[in-house]
Structure formats: C-alpha cells, structure tokens
Design a protein around this ligand. Sequence first.
Ligand code: PBG
Length: 324
Amino acid sequence: MHLQRRNRILRQSPAIRALVTETILTPNDFIVPLFVVEGENIKEEIASMPNYFRLSLDNLAREVKELWSMGLKSMLLFIKCRDELKDNKGTEALNPDGLMQQAIKTVKNACPDMLVMTDVALDPFSSFGHDGIVDGAEIVNDATVDVLAAMSLSHAKAGADFVAPSDMMDGRIGAIRKTLEENGFTKTGIMSYSAKYASCFYGPFRDALDSAPGFGDKKTYQMNYANRIEAVKETLMDIEEGADIVMVKPALAYLDIIREVKNAVNVPVSAYNISGEYAMIKAAANMGWIDENKAILETLTAIKRAGADLIATYFAKDAVKLIG
Ligand code: PBG
C-alpha cells in the first residue's frame, strides 16, 4: 500500500501523543464540593458516595488546607441542616450564625485565598425537601426568589466569593445581582446553575444532605432531560441577568449540552460531575469491573473536551494525584 495519509503517525509513541494532545487537565480546572455537618471532629462517610465525607467545621478547616497544598483553589460549600431547623420559609438559611455562614468563615480563616462558592437553594433547609417555598403542591417562584436573594446576601456578608444558585427559579439571578449591588457587594460573583436538569443521578447527594423531596419531584423547576434548545435559552437569560459563570448539570449524560452552551456564550462554562456519576464509577470499580483511576481521568477529560472550562467534581483530589 502507498497511502498519502497515515493517521497512526501521530499516535505511535508517548512523545508524539503528548505533543498533539488537545485536552489537558490541570488542578486549576476543578471546584471541590464539600459537605458540612454540625458537631466536632466528625468525618462521616456518605453511604452512597464511598470515600466521600460530611465534615464538621474543625475537619473542614483541615481539609481546605490540604486542598490548597495540593493546588486546589476553589470549593463549593453544602451544609446538612438539622431536621428541627427546617421549615417552609428558609429561616435557617438566613441565620447569620447558621452552619453555612460559619462554614464560610471557617474556610476563610483557615485558608484566606481559597475561592469559596456557596450553594444557594432551599432544599437542605426545607421541611419538604424542595428548592423553594411550597404552597399546596406548588413550588412558588417569586417568594422563593426573595429568600434566595437574601440568602445570597447573607453568604456574601459571611465572606463568600461566589454564590451558586442551584434552584432553577425564574428571575433569581437578576434578583441576586440587584440585592448584592444595592448592598455594596460589588465583588461577589454568581455562578449560576443555568441548565440544571431533573435527574435521577442526584440521588447520592440527597442522601448526603438528607434533602430528598418529601412529595413529588423537581420537574416544575429543573429541566426536562429531553430538551437541548431550552438549555441555551436558560443560559443566555442568566448571563443577561448577571451571571459571571454558567453551569450545565449533570455532566456525563449532558456532554452535548455542555458543547451547545459553550458555543453559545462568552462567559466561562462549568459542568458538575455529580454525585450519581461519582457513585457509578465507585461502584463499578468496587466490583472490579472498571479501572477507577482510568475512569476518573477519561471522564474528566471528556467533560473538559465537551467544552467545560471548569468542573465541579468529587474526584478533584484523586485527579490531582493522577495528573501529578
Ligand atoms: C440542591 C442541589 C442538588 C445538587 C446540587 N445542589 C440536588 C438537587 O437539585 O436535588 C446535586 C449535586 C450532586 O448530585 O452531586 N439544589
């Protein structure tokens, strides 16, 4: 055979493969989600997320120092709220001494340069396990947005660098931006969960925070996974309303959406490699059916290749060690 082009030339050795690699993961790509609980010296493993833990504030301080030493510079805070503090108004979410507000201060004290992002949604604080205020069977939009804006302000006051609204109410980005502006928080960023789908893959996360919806599902606010164009509409509106970073979530079953959004916007795009995606790799690896380390790198590289500029992932520490 005499071929004009032999594509295998560019794959024949580690050196040439390294030279022509298109997508390279670095520690700068990752946001580390962390789960916080009340108490002291607590490090509880989450049953459906092997080797991932809920941490008390003292252990949170230790953890962020370790992350920083590994080159991980951004994190996303979630708190597990005690049942007695849950209601239908998000009262505890606004408590200036609440667990989230304390967690923000703890991280900033332990590691002042760490970028602190906070989850903004009512589900961990809701007696119904919904992201908004419930009236009958309805998740009420506008009253919820008022609470989300107040919650964001409370996080900013505690020292959050970014708030990350994950609720999918209409108009919340504009309301949050307005509230931050009116109160002088002109440096607080908004990372919006813009295209967040109603997904079965959030299951392990809801175990972690004990936040599963008490009735119904989240389909009246989170998106229908059959839809693609709608993701672009949601994302462009969030940018218009003031989002600094937009997010697609989940990541793996939505790589096409990540690319679609990446091509449509001029702000950084993040993707959330969520709890169920973590659990699937952990479970298959535990059975000996896949190689965990290879699956982690292949997955994260695919998410970045799809168009994610940054990735929230429970595998951040593993990935940093692997790409070392
Ligand atoms: C809460 C929230 C969820 C996740 C992040 N923020 C769950 C949900 O919407 O039910 C999921 C993260 C994950 O599964 O890793 N609004």
